[in-house]
Design a protein. Structure first.
Length: 612
């Protein structure tokens, strides 16, 4: 009986310990920049010391000594010379610890002292953080555009949908677009994860869009008589145009394609982003009085020098519309296309017919998934997605991968393309791949694939779509081309292109292919920098009153998700794949928000103050 009770107690203790570990994992996952790095280092050491078996001196005593030295700094008893001692001790532990627990803990302390030396010194000299770290609202901080997420969630809960859209537009002129395709980085740091799971922020934004109807744009400031040319009508260019126009500047967009939208139109299929939804956001931007010249290629029809003579400032946001090649045999065969080329044609309404064909898509990102799922809708008999790493290493969103598999796409992972087999008329008939195995982690933090000791494999393919990256199409005859590094335009911290007075650049043509919300953030930043260059300091504000928070949001509650149409139905057309959330689901989901703009967020640490 005693042994049975002991086993039961051990089992219960283990359950409690596992629960505590899960709680720690959730708290670490929701951590954001803003916490004191010295305090974080101390708590990390305490956790790692508790995990250590204590058999070796570096772990048992070394980690404890490191913790004591850092605690002394936090208590105001440290000296500048302590930083060197901490570094030396951390390096000794890294080199001598028997297990990874001690070595990695010491490594994090070493990197932290090197990376946050000024903050350690601030604690030593002044007794507090340097002030460089402000405790931010987690979801707002994680959003590249810094949209007031708790604010618009509270407005949706109060059924003030129009006000929710107005609040979103203060920082993001594409509420409808982001309601459909934003990768919602905000949810990764949502503190609701500590209780159960993140608030469905994108779902709530979609509810605001669905119920608000047409919400007119705010009135622009008084005219400044300054003229700005925006080269490229994608999300970055349109966002910059929106905010510059709100500031009172005259804006003209020059777009090479026949329609505005950039990769929103020419890179994202309509089943993910319905064209009427995209057009509604674009219409709101243009309604401010933004001028547009489509089918206009700068450098061919008008030089950059001519534009500089006619405008007070230029913003280049030409995106990344050129596909990259693999450099394998047969890449120039008939039936081999760049993914962006195919998606661009579809964006203009030119739908290829893949009926009865076998299609192979090379790549593992969102563009590859878009191509594969589009090929299914175009009638392909078989669609394979070929990727040289594992499925868990794919850069595509998990829901995109799951959606593709549900619609019949075959994932050929750990397969590196080596050649495209052709027939006598130089048409593709198969993709030849070399099986891979996963190996050591590369500098980017992902396990690197290497050739496995297996024979090459043949994947039948009448059509091969290459989705392995994108590059910009340089403006012909422009000076910005001289500032290119590989496939990007070089800018300084303020977005200026070299020594070209009044010329700015941003978005994918500067950073390389990024998410839509990051392109929007780039356009918003560019507008502020250009406004400053023109001699102004306009501020985009909102006078919308945010509802008071409540205290009934803490009981654990399941997350309401946006349902998708059944795969067997949706794979046959290009209609939107998502369904609407019910009013009851919306009400429950908005109530789960913990209002971190008010609680768990000290006013002495900076950030938005809510006015009631």
């Amino acid at each position: 009986m005693l042994d049975r009770l002991t086993l039961q107690n051990k089992s219960h203790s283990q359950e409690v310990l596992e629960m505590l570990y899960e709680d720690v994992e959730r708290r670490l996952a929701t951590s954001i920049s803003g916490a004191c790095p010295v305090d974080v280092a101390l708590n990390l050491l305490t956790l790692c010391h508790a995990q250590s078996c204590g058999k070796c001196v570096p772990c048992r005593i070394g980690l404890q000594q490191l913790a004591s030295m850092i605690r002394a700094i936090l208590d105001g008893k440290g000296e500048a010379s302590d930083l060197e001692r901490i570094e030396e001790l951390a390096m000794v532990i890294m080199d001598t610890a028997d297990c990874v627990i001690g070595a990695e803990a010491a490594k994090q302390v070493f990197l932290g002292v090197r990376g946050f030396a000024s903050d350690y010194l601030s604690h030593i000299m002044t007794g507090h953080c340097s002030g460089d770290f402000k405790q931010a609202i987690p979801c707002v901080s994680a959003c590249p555009a810094n949209v007031d997420i708790p604010g618009y969630i509270a407005l949706v809960e109060a059924e003030r949908y129009e006000d929710a859209i107005r609040l979103i537009r203060k920082d993001n002129p594409f509420p409808t677009v982001c309601a459909y395709i934003c990768e919602n980085p905000c949810e990764a740091h949502c503190r609701r994860n500590i209780i159960d799971s993140a608030v469905n922020i994108r779902g709530i934004k979609k509810a605001a869009v669905d119920y608000a109807g047409d919400v007119p744009a705010p009135m622009p400031e008084n005219k400044t008589n300054k003229r700005v040319a925006v080269i490229g009508g994608g999300p970055a260019g349109l966002t910059a145009a929106y905010y510059l126009r709100l500031m009172g500047h005259q804006v003209t967009i020059f777009e090479k394609r026949t329609q505005l939208g950039g990769m929103l139109r020419y890179g994202i299929p309509s089943y993910r982003l319905p064209r009427e939804k995209l057009d509604s956001d674009i219409y709101t931007i243009l309604s401010l009085g933004v001028q547009v010249k489509t089918s206009f290629e700068v450098g061919r029809q008008l030089s950059m020098e001519d534009l500089k003579q006619s405008f007070d400032a230029l913003y280049i946001s030409i995106g990344t519309h050129a596909g990259k090649q693999l450099g394998i045999l047969g890449e120039d065969a008939r039936g081999v296309y760049s993914a962006v080329t195919m998606l661009r044609q579809i964006g203009d309404g030119q739908m290829p017919n893949f009926s009865g064909m076998k299609v192979a898509v090379i790549g593992g990102g969102n563009v590859a998934m878009d191509c594969a799922r589009t090929a299914v809708r175009l009638g392909a008999e078989r669609v394979s997605c070929v990727y040289r790493r594992r499925q868990e290493d794919m850069t595509a969103l998990a829901e995109e991968i799951e959606g593709a598999v549900a619609e019949g796409v075959i994932l050929e992972t750990l397969q590196a393309p080596v050649a495209i087999e052709t027939n006598e008329d130089d048409s593709a008939v198969a993709l030849i791949v070399q099986p891979q195995m996963i190996s050591y982690v590369d500098r980017g933090g992902r396990p690197k694939p290497t050739e496995a000791s297996l024979s090459e494999k043949r994947i039948p393919a009448d059509i091969v779509l290459i989705a392995v990256g994108q590059a910009i199409e340089p403006l012909k005859g422009d000076h910005a081309a001289d500032k290119m590094n590989g496939s990007r335009i070089q800018t300084d911290a303020a977005g200026r292109v070299g020594n070209l007075s009044g010329v700015f650049a941003g978005g994918d043509c500067v950073t390389g292919p990024e998410t839509v919300i990051k392109a929007i953030a780039a356009g918003k930043t560019a507008a502020a920098n250009i406004d400053s260059y023109l001699g102004y300091e306009h501020q985009i504000t909102s006078e919308i009153a945010i509802p008071q928070p409540h205290l009934i949001n803490r009981p654990p509650c399941g997350r309401s998700t946006i349902a998708h149409r059944h795969a067997a139905e949706r794979k046959n057309d290009f209609s939107s794949i998502v369904c609407e959330m019910s009013e009851r689901e919306i009400k429950q989901e908005t109530s789960r928000c913990l209002r971190c703009d008010c609680y768990g967020y000290g006013s002495f640490k900076g950030g938005r103050q809510v006015k009631w």
